[in-house]
Design a protein around this ligand. Structure first.
Ligand code: GSH
Length: 303
């Protein structure tokens, strides 16, 4: 069976990324995951961010909606359709023009065949290059860092063409082995790559449902000796679809009892919308929302 990933919609989040789910994970009913940032921009800045992501990163604007009763607007951007790609959901909360990104959130990554050229194009459009292109310290892969107009970092990674250019969500964690166990047990992810850079004093684990070149992965970073980070109020969560939020919720509940973290929203429909979701924090406090696949598809059809 072909499994797919769909984004979840949440008024408190601004950036969601979706990814195709690995078909091998039969034991887990999840169909996608996505990652949001809470937005942080006045309405004009939402336009500014859309312009930046489309013109500098080559993303497409997939959908936009305004919910005046709740005083927020969303924009969904990515490289492919929401049904099958990892996407970004931006949220503008009326009147809120500044957010704190904190120290724990790392970056979103974009794969491109030529980082040098992409950087020059972004620079020519006035983008803020915070790390010039070149081999990663301690390794060989070519990377660069760019900040978006609100200060979110994007890593550009040189790679052959890929079906999912929006390829990483990097979060810093205080205990890598605990985090790996958590995402394996709670969400059925696998470690697709682990790298220890002793000189640079960090270890990273790429976790997801397929190889890095095929799909988006969660990049969990452990900096030697650092166990605490601030979360700020900008980045919100990763969203992942599931066939059964109730069963998934039971699994997550058990895993949080064993490894830490907390269920923050019991499984059930969102009032008014009827989309079934559940939400939880991992042991570091990073939030995931699980969304019913079918309900999400219905929402997309309605809009
Ligand atoms: N201390 C770093 C550890 C992670 C890290 O260094 N990652 C690599 C990319 S995988 C990096 O940013 N290297 C910086 C460079 O090569 O300039 C952090 O928390 O961001």
């Amino acid at each position: 069976m072909k499994r797919q990933l769909y984004p979840h919609i949440d008024q408190f989040s601004s950036l969601y990324i979706l990814q195709r789910l690995n078909e091998q994970l039969e034991a887990f009913p999840y169909h996608f995951y996505s990652t949001p940032l809470l937005s942080h921009s006045p309405k004009i800045a939402l336009k500014r961010t859309i312009k930046f992501y489309t013109e500098c990163f080559g993303m497409k604007l997939l959908r936009q909606r305004d919910i005046p009763e709740e005083k927020y607007s969303n924009a969904f951007l990515g490289f492919g359709p929401e049904e099958s790609s990892f996407v970004v959901e931006l949220t503008y909360n009326y009147g809120v023009d500044k957010y704190d990104i904190g120290t724990g959130f790392g970056h979103f990554a974009i794969a491109t065949t030529d980082v040098y050229k992409m950087v020059e194009d972004i620079r020519a459009k006035g983008g803020n290059i915070t790390r010039e292109p070149g081999p990663v310290k301690g390794g060989t892969g070519v990377i660069a860092f760019v900040k978006d107009p609100d200060g979110y970092t994007f890593e550009l990674i040189q790679r052959p063409p890929t079906p999912e250019p929006l390829c990483q969500v990097m979060l810093r964690v205080g205990d890598l082995e605990r985090s790996i166990k958590f995402y394996e047990k709670a969400l059925g992810m696998k470690v697709v790559k682990k790298t220890d850079r002793r000189e640079q004093k960090y270890t990273i684990a790429m976790m997801g449902y397929a190889e890095e070149k095929e799909t988006t992965v969660l990049e969990l970073t452990y900096n030697y000796g650092v166990t605490e980070y601030t979360k700020g109020n900008a980045y919100a969560q990763v969203a992942i679809s599931t066939d059964d939020v109730y069963k998934s919720g039971e699994v997550v509940n058990l895993v949080t009892q064993e490894l830490g973290g907390k269920v923050t929203r019991q499984p059930g429909p969102i009032p008014g919308l009827n989309t079934k979701i559940t939400a939880f924090l991992d042991p570091d406090g990073w939030k995931t929302v699980l969304v019913d696949n079918q309900d999400f598809l219905k929402e997309l059809e309605k809009e």
